[in-house]
Design a protein around this ligand. Structure first.
Ligand code: DC
Length: 253
């Protein structure tokens, strides 16, 4: 027997934007205020990249990368990310891993293998999803699509500030990226951290990642046609969060 009533669609709010645009902070706060689930799609791509690094997979071994993506043993436990049964919360945030995620995410087979995993996050009572292609590809019917833009210099300043703070807190344990790479080569993924870099170097990496994410042939970083673009260069996160919540209220009414 077929049901005459259809389930209402799960409300989805997407927040896309470039690296260090603050989308993660905004998405987390908005999800918490609305009581919605949160999808940090970048964490999925980063975990996949770390899995590929740990297995020393060559970046041109497409079939093998596709298999790793399909079989990814990944679990979100509250704020923590577990990969292959190990806590990878900090390791996936390292710049080495972010850069590898950016590189490998340009492979269509990898994106296809990770698509359903992302769509499965759309559960009642609703979802806030952040990434690069949430509004364009993963949730094209989302009720509200936000695209955050911020000049790369401003994002580099923020990121450099975070690195300085982090380095002051963890000085004795911090390893340069070259050392981190050697540890990855030895199969030790638990100790990857970022080293304190100059502002110029941070800016260069952000611009390189922007170029990779924007210029790839599949699911490039760009606002959906019906996205609302917010330039948050001059705002703190609170103003952006309030603006997104106000827009959601308008849309829901
Ligand atoms: O948002 P992030 O910096 O954690 O993402 C890391 C990389 O993963 C990003 O440079 C490109 C890729 N990514 C993607 O291709 N699509 C997404 N929806 C999210 C991230």
């Amino acid at each position: 027997m077929t049901s005459l009533t259809e389930d209402p669609p799960i409300p989805v709010l997407t927040i896309d934007g470039p690296t260090a645009s603050g989308k993660g902070t905004v998405a987390r706060a908005v999800a918490s205020a609305l009581g919605f689930h949160l999808l940090d799609s970048g964490a999925i791509y980063r975990a996949f990249a770390l899995a590929a690094l740990n297995r020393r997979t060559n970046t041109n071994e497409i079939r093998q990368l596709e298999e790793i993506a399909k079989a990814l043993s990944l679990e979100f436990r509250g704020e923590s990310v577990w990969l292959d049964g190990m806590d990878a919360t900090d390791s996936i945030r390292a710049e080495t891993v972010g850069m590898m995620a950016s590189k490998l995410s340009a492979i269509p087979e990898v994106r296809a293998a990770l698509l359903t995993r992302q769509r499965d996050f759309a559960q009642a009572p609703g979802l806030v999803a952040d990434g690069r292609d949430m509004g364009t590809i993963v949730f094209p019917d989302a009720a509200l699509k936000i695209f955050l833009t911020t000049p790369s210099e401003v994002r580099a300043e923020r990121r450099h500030g975070q690195l300085q703070k982090h380095s002051a807190q963890t000085k004795p344990k911090t390893l340069p990226n070259s050392a981190a790479k050697r540890l990855i080569d030895k199969g030790n993924s638990a100790i990857i951290t970022d080293s304190l870099e100059s502002f110029a170097s941070v800016l260069e990496k952000i611009q390189q990642r922007d170029a990779q994410d924007k210029n790839r042939a599949i699911a490039p970083l760009k606002p959906a046609q019906d996205a609302i673009v917010i330039d948050n260069a001059a705002h703190g996160p609170k103003q952006t969060i309030d603006a997104v919540l106000a827009l959601w209220k308008l849309r829901s009414n």
